[in-house]
Design a protein around this ligand. Structure first.
Ligand code: PAF
Length: 278
C-alpha cells in the first residue's frame, strides 16, 4: 500500500484504518535509531503513523531550530522502506495558530538536569506530544531511551493527565564505536566526532561501577580528559522516574546522563546502571 502523507486532522481521519495505531513522533532527519522506533511500533500495531514536525516550541532562542536538518524526501523513503502507513507532517501555522493560549507545563521535573540547561524545552516538547496524541489518537507511542528525561517526562504527563496512550521506550542505537545515533551528529566534523566519543566512553566507565560516588568520578575523569575540546554541560546520576540525583546509599536502576558541547554541537547521551550500596 502507498504511503499516505497527512497534513492535517482531516487527512488523518481519512487515512485511519480499523485496528490498533502506533505513533512514532519525530522531528525528521530519520536515521537508524528512528528505524528501530518504527520497527518497535510495527511489531505492536496494525497501523504505524510517523509524525515529522520540527517543533519550534521546544527550541530556545539561541538553539538550532533554523539549522535543524530537514530531509523530508529522504524521511519518506525511510518510512516507505519500513512499511509505515502514514506520515503526519503538519505545518507550523496549523499546529500553532497565532491566537493559541494554553500549553503543557512540565512542572519541577521539567526544570532539572536537561531542563535546567534548556529552559522551556520540556514544556514545548510535552505540548507538541500531547497535541500529536490528540490529533493521531494512537493506542501506543514509541520514544527512544536516548532522550531519557523526555521519555520519563512523557510517562509522567500520561500518568498525571490520564492520557490513554501506552508509552513504549526503545533502547539507544549506537555506532560500532559507541557514538549514540542522533540527527545532530551530522553537524560534527571528523575531529569533533572523535571528541564526541568521550560521552559514550564516560558512560561505559561509569557503568563499570556500582556506587554513586564512584560512578560519577569514573565518568567525570573520562570527560575531563576530553576537555577543553569537549565542554561539559552536566553529568547526572538520577532516578529514572523522577530525574532527581540518587543518594550514595541507593540500590536499583539509575540513569547516568551526560550533555556536552563540541564545537557548536550539543550532544546528550545516557546509560541505565544497576546500583548497589558498597
Ligand atoms: O524526540 C524528538 O524528536 C522530539 O522531542 C519529539 C518527541 C518528536 C517532540 O517534538
Amino acid at each position: 500500500m502507498d504511503l499516505i502523507v497527512a497534513r492535517n486532522r482531516t487527512d488523518l481521519i481519512k487515512a485511519r484504518r480499523d485496528g490498533s495505531v502506533a505513533l512514532v513522533p519525530t522531528m525528521g532527519a530519520l536515521h537508524e535509531g528512528h528505524r528501530s522506533l518504527i520497527r518497535a511500533a510495527r511489531a505492536r500495531a496494525d497501523q504505524v503513523v510517523v509524525s515529522v514536525f520540527v517543533n519550534p516550541l521546544q527550541f530556545g532562542p539561541s538553539e538550532d531550530f533554523s539549522r535543524y536538518p530537514r530531509t523530508f524526501d529522504a524521511d519518506l523513503d525511510v518510512c516507505r522502506a519500513e512499511g509505515v502507513e502514514v506520515v503526519f507532517a503538519p505545518a507550523v501555522q496549523d499546529m500553532y495558530p497565532p491566537d493559541r493560549q494554553v500549553s503543557v507545563s512540565s512542572g519541577e521535573m521539567g526544570r532539572i538536569v536537561e531542563g535546567a540547561s534548556r529552559p522551556g524545552h520540556f514544556d514545548g516538547m510535552l505540548t507538541v506530544v500531547l497535541k500529536l496524541f490528540n490529533l493521531v489518537r494512537p493506542d501506543l507511542a514509541v520514544f527512544g531511551q536516548k532522550d531519557a528525561q523526555q521519555l520519563a517526562m512523557i510517562r509522567r504527563m500520561v500518568a498525571d493527565l490520564d492520557v490513554p496512550v501506552e508509552i513504549v521506550g526503545v533502547p539507544t542505537v549506537r555506532e560500532p564505536d559507541g557514538l549514540a545515533l542522533s540527527s545532530r551528529n551530522r553537524y560534527l566534523s571528523a575531529a569533533e566526532r572523535q571528541v564526541a566519543l568521550a560521552l559514550s566512553r564516560a558512560l561505559r566507565a561509569g557503568a563499570a561501577e556500582r556506587v554513586p560516588s564512584k560512578v560519577r568520578a569514573a565518568a567525570r575523569a573520562v570527560l575531563e580528559e576530553a576537555a577543553p575540546e569537549l565542554e561539559l554541560d552536566y553529568l547526572a546520576l538520577v532516578d529514572p522516574a523522577t530525574f532527581c540525583e540518587v543518594p550514595e546509599l541507593y540500590s536499583g536502576e539509575a540513569v547516568l546522563a551526560v550533555a556536552a558541547r563540541t564545537g557548536t554541537t550539543r550532544l546528550i547521551d545516557n546509560v541505565v546502571i544497576a546500583l548497589s550500596p558498597a
